[in-house]
Design a protein around this ligand. Structure first.
Ligand code: SAH
Ligand code: SF4
Length: 393
């Protein structure tokens, strides 16, 4: 299906802010790192824990960017903070709003690189899709980001900064006295499903998600965070241990021959190895099922036989199957399966006892749907030879 003509309601190019002075940024620091930074700047050891908690609340719960406004801290301490540190976010350089309300932010990070962040409003909730890398080392053949070279990993500050800039845009910093745990938040869920492979940037993703989950940080429940991986097997157990969020896996095929082509990391860790790691995922249970993402590609992976093979493969794993109609991008070598085909596939999976929701494409008119993200400034493409090398062909 062709991507519909742009019906963007609101495109704003945001004027550039002045570059930050070279003071260390407090955003994205773990508690230990912030405590150490405060002590190094002269805060007495015995106060550092409490000060860290207070500063976190100002930054992550109230959205304050000016040390002078941190009124429960003594004035000389505020002055010391202002002299020594910055509270800096990546810069939103363009904001687009889709006809369906989806918002896409083009975010500029240090070095002039750009990533995209997408906010998807839904009935009673809102999901922010966050990027973890500029580009991707992997080369999934149906993914737009996969055609872009990896430029660099995002820092924890740049990852948590995406949550903060979305809350700025949504105007969602709680008024004084409002419970920040309020489940009616506009930004109530996070998915690590933007650009990049989060498990190839493990430490920064973990540190940012710890801030997102911390009661003195953004304070979202770990159950409201989903990390999607293409199948970096050695990091899957670590995800449960060190982050504890919900896991989604880009499965997409039921034979190694097809998965090798679609998700080339399969050549390193094949279907059987991946399924073993998922069977061992300690967080998986009936209340916390693993999401299997399955992109529907016409004539490639969408037959009844595929659906039957899929349910056999995943037997015994608490799972739900999220069927994603393929989202086209310029030059994409695949087509989306028909709605009838997707429904027939979904029925087989459902009748085998698995929830099989079909993901509604959101923000297609602004190229914000799954797999369409790619920063226009990063023109450097992977060569065919490099793609083949990385895919192990
Ligand atoms: N790198 C991670 C997370 C980012 S991709 C991963 O691969 O899991 C988020 C989801 O969108 C993945 O399931 C990915 O396979 C899927 N996706 C990629 N390109 C797509 C496209 N063109 N249409 C639909 N889904 C796509
Ligand atoms: Fe990278 Fe995920 Fe795209 Fe594959 S699907 S190229 S892992 S972003």
């Amino acid at each position: 299906m062709p991507v519909s003509a742009p019906i963007t309601q609101d495109v704003r190019t945001i004027p550039r802010r002045l570059p930050e002075a070279g003071r260390p940024n407090l955003v994205g620091l773990t508690r230990d790192q912030m405590r150490a930074a405060l002590v190094a700047a002269g805060t007495p050891e015995r106060q550092a824990n409490m000060r860290t908690g207070q500063i976190w609340q100002w930054i992550y719960q109230k959205g304050v960017r000016d040390f002078a406004a941190m009124t429960n801290l003594a004035k000389p301490f505020r002055a010391m903070l202002a002299e020594s540190f910055a509270i800096a976010l990546p810069e939103v350089v363009r904001r687009e709003v889709s006809a369906d309300g989806t918002r896409k932010y083009l975010v500029r990070i240090a070095g002039g690189h750009e990533v995209e962040t997408v906010y998807i409003p839904e009935e009673g909730r809102g999901t922010l899709c966050i990027s973890s890398q500029v580009g991707c080392t992997l080369t999934c053949s149906f993914c737009h980001t996969g055609t872009q070279k990896l430029v660099r990993n995002l820092t924890a500050a740049e990852i948590v900064g995406q949550i903060m800039l979305a809350r700025d845009d949504l105007g969602e910093w709680p008024a004084p006295g409002r419970n920040p745990k309020d489940e009616t938040r506009l930004l109530s869920n996070i998915v690590l499903m933007g650009m990049g492979e989060p498990l190839y940037n493990f430490e920064a993703v973990r540190d940012a998600m710890k801030i997102a989950m911390d009661p003195e940080g953004i304070s979202l429940s770990r159950r409201r965070i989903t990390l999607s991986t293409s199948g970096v097997v050695p990091e899957i157990a670590r995800t449960a241990d060190e982050i504890g969020c919900h896991l989604a896996v880009s499965f997409h095929a039921t034979t190694d021959a097809v998965r090798d082509r679609l998700v080339p990391i399969n050549r390193k860790w094949n279907i059987a190895t991946l399924l073993d790691a998922l069977r061992a995922y300690p967080k998986a249970s009936n209340s916390e099922r693993i999401t299997f993402e399955y992109v529907m590609l016409k004539g490639v992976n969408d037959s009844d036989e595929d659906a039957r093979r899929l349910v056999k493969l995943i037997a015994g794993i608490p799972a739900k199957i999220n069927l994603i109609p393929f989202n086209e991008w310029p030059g994409a070598p695949y087509e989306r399966s028909s709605n009838t085909r997707i429904r027939a596939f979904a029925d087989i999976v459902y009748n085998a006892g698995y929830a099989s929701p079909i993901r509604t494409p959101r923000g297609e008119d602004i190229m914000a749907a799954c797999g369409q993200l790619k920063s226009e400034t990063e023109r450097e493409r992977k060569s065919r030879a490099q793609i083949a090398r990385e895919a192990g062909i």
